[in-house]
Design a protein around this ligand. Structure first.
Ligand code: GLN
Length: 197
């Protein structure tokens, strides 16, 4: 079996996510094909989608302009998995508390952009994540935090008392970058392990 995964690549580099997806798939005995999503018409052929970090205002604007936004919404309505990381989570949420972000409403959370303050612009933390046996080395880069969660959202991890990994149905969102430490367990959780709610 081959997992076809689309990485939304309207901004930035996708190679680290592609490697993590390939490793997660290989652990399940699957081949994988990673496709870059920069234009409309490609999402429908993907089994799984990844919405990476970057700048949420820019990403959300490009997704609308290119007509990719409604395709991602249809993917989720069909119950297919999405991993949304950092700015990807800001774009995926229901309330980014910022008019410049044109959110997709895929996961019922309110987020606070750049929530961890200037002194801690970026940091790495060993994070206990529900569903993982050992702490995950989580890299936060100008990361958001989740400030409110809807009734159907499961909180998978918290840092400093704030949710930083959440799951609703087929969508898993992280405030951190799971692709930067070579540890594919978050990609595995998002694409290969069933949600518990
Ligand atoms: N601070 C960025 C934003 O608000 C997100 C940063 C990231 O994706 N690493 O869009």
């Amino acid at each position: 079996m081959t997992l076809t995964a689309g990485v939304v690549a309207v901004q930035g580099d996708v190679s680290e996510h592609a490697r993590a997806i390939e490793r997660a798939a290989a652990a399940h005995g699957q081949d994988s094909e990673v496709r870059q999503i920069r234009e409309a018409g490609l999402v429908a052929d993907c089994d799984a989608l990844l919405m990476p970090g970057g700048e949420s205002t820019t990403i959300s604007r490009l997704l609308r302009r290119e007509g990719i936004a409604p395709e991602i919404q249809r993917h989720v309505e069909a119950g297919k998995p999405v991993l949304a990381t950092c700015a990807g989570l800001i774009v995926a949420c229901t309330d980014p508390q910022d008019d410049r972000v044109d959110q997709l409403g895929l996961v019922d959370v309110t987020v606070e952009r750049n929530a961890f303050g200037r002194q801690r612009d970026s940091f790495e933390a060993p994070l206990d994540v529900r569903g993982l046996d050992e702490p995950f080395p989580a890299v936060f880069i100008r990361a958001p935090a989740v400030s409110e969660v809807g009734p159907d959202v499961e909180v998978l991890a918290e840092w400093d008392g704030r949710p930083v990994a959440v799951r609703q149905g087929p969508v898993l969102g992280t405030a951190f970058h799971p692709e930067l430490t070579g540890d594919p367990r978050i990609h595995d959780l998002a694409f290969f392990e069933q949600a518990t709610v």
